[in-house]
Design a protein around this ligand. Structure first.
Ligand SMILES: [Zn+2]
Length: 421
């Protein structure tokens, strides 16, 4: 494996859509560090987010650097080119040192059968009973199953290798962290599939440090996990066992860990994740993004006056453009439109009513997950307001940054990294 920049054991991905919250976000990592958990901040933004906002990767880097300087953060930090492909990676190259190579679209594409056969005969260890420390029931596979799995993922991994080598040729292989993501697809990857994927990646010589599989269950935007928690916990544990095994078996980077593309706020899986990390002494990268944008709106509403008025205006705009906003996210939202309050109703709300409906307090009777998911995908409306949005953000900075920091610290960092397992 080539020499490469190493990612810390625990890391938190944070999205800062309008490049105004990096400092408030970093403050949450400062608080975690003060309480004994070193969590490396990673600012992530996808090409899709940049296009929607009309922003540039240079701005993400500048905001991260400025926040680090302002708070005197002396530990590592990174800027993640999130969900890039060969055709979108180039403009991130000067500003990112973390690349999430998205190859989900290549899963299941027909692979050359001779190449698949060669993989299978090279990896006889994948066939039969595979005993992996930490997994009670050994995997049982036969040749045709391994062949099917390899055929399903071969082209995706080949593409990951192609993109990795492109980045390495531009940045130098020692200067960045490589993640491979397969989460934006229909079918979750099972632990035996993960093992095959890691074997393929090793053959492709990709020094992968984080892998983002699609987990079982639904990861809707901005709201909690929907699915079988026991099944999630079992698979998450098995994935960790597979990773530890593959690191040894295939000489993958010792820093290799899971990346959980959470879609933000998967509170009910945080305890299972924490238990599993303790059990395997494993690291994890948890990627959030939209949760911070939602806190911006909550902070605006809480400020009252023009902040609250703007938050209501954004909701009304989102409601008006509900089809357009939801279309790109159809697979990761479940909105019952009958439960969305009218713009007129919201217009009459107090700050407290707005915050209660939008804030992610599940025990609050006024919390409305339908409204929350719509606002989550509605950042395009704020982007269209341009400077008016940014100016109001600056005017309401106090309430906004307090909400941004406390959300990341109390609801994410604490339950994942600070509470006792
Ligand atoms: Zn993702």
């Amino acid at each position: 494996m080539p020499n490469f920049l190493k990612l810390g054991k625990y890391s938190l991905g944070m999205g800062d859509r309008f490049a105004h919250q990096a400092r408030a976000q970093l403050q949450a990592c400062v608080m975690a560090a003060n309480q004994g958990a070193e969590v490396i901040p990673v600012w992530n933004k996808s090409n899709r987010e940049h296009l929607t906002i009309g922003s540039d990767p240079a701005a993400t880097r500048a905001a991260a650097d400025a926040a680090v300087k302002a708070l005197g953060w002396s530990k590592a930090y990174h800027v993640d080119a999130d969900h890039i492909r060969l055709e979108t990676v180039d403009r991130f190259l000067p500003y990112s040192d973390f690349f999430t190579i998205d190859v989900a679209d290549c899963i299941g594409r027909a692979a050359d059968s001779a190449t698949v056969d060669a993989f299978v005969s090279r990896h006889s260890e994948l066939i039969g009973r595979i005993s992996i420390p930490g997994i009670v029931e050994p995997f049982a596979t036969d040749q045709s199953q391994v062949k099917r799995m390899a055929a399903k993922y071969l082209l995706a991994v080949t593409e990951a290798g192609r993109i990795y080598r492109h980045i390495a040729s531009q940045k130098g292989e020692a200067n960045f962290i490589t993640e491979v993501s397969m989460d934006e697809t229909d079918q979750p990857q099972t632990p035996p599939e993960l093992l095959v994927i890691l074997a393929l990646l090793s053959d492709e010589n990709v020094p992968i440090q984080t892998i983002a599989p699609k987990f079982t269950g639904r990861f809707n935007k901005g709201v909690d996990y929907v699915g079988d928690l026991a099944q999630f916990e079992k698979e998450f544990n098995e994935d960790l066992a597979v990773i530890a095994f593959a690191v040894k078996q295939y000489g993958l980077p010792a820093t290799l860990k899971l990346s959980v593309h959470s879609g933000s706020d998967k509170f009910s899986i945080y305890a299972p994740i924490r238990r599993a990390l303790a059990r395997f002494d494993a690291g994890v990268h948890v990627k959030t993004a939209g949760t911070t944008w939602l806190e911006e709106l909550i902070g605006l509403a809480e400020a009252g006056g023009s902040g609250l008025a703007l938050a209501k205006e954004i909701y009304a705009g989102a409601l008006e453009h509900v089809d357009e906003l939801c279309a790109p996210y159809a697979a990761v939202i479940d909105i019952d439109r009958g439960r969305l309050p009218s713009a007129q109703t919201v217009k009459s709300w107090s700050a407290e009513q707005f915050v209660s409906a939008l804030g992610h307090e599940q025990t609050n009777k006024s919390f409305n997950p339908h409204l929350r998911q719509l606002v989550h995908v509605g950042y395009k409306i704020a982007a269209r307001l341009g400077n008016r949005y940014l100016k109001t953000l600056e005017e309401c900075e106090q309430t906004v940054s307090r909400n941004v920091t406390l959300n990341l610290f109390e609801r994410h960092l604490k339950p994942i990294f600070l509470l006792q397992p």
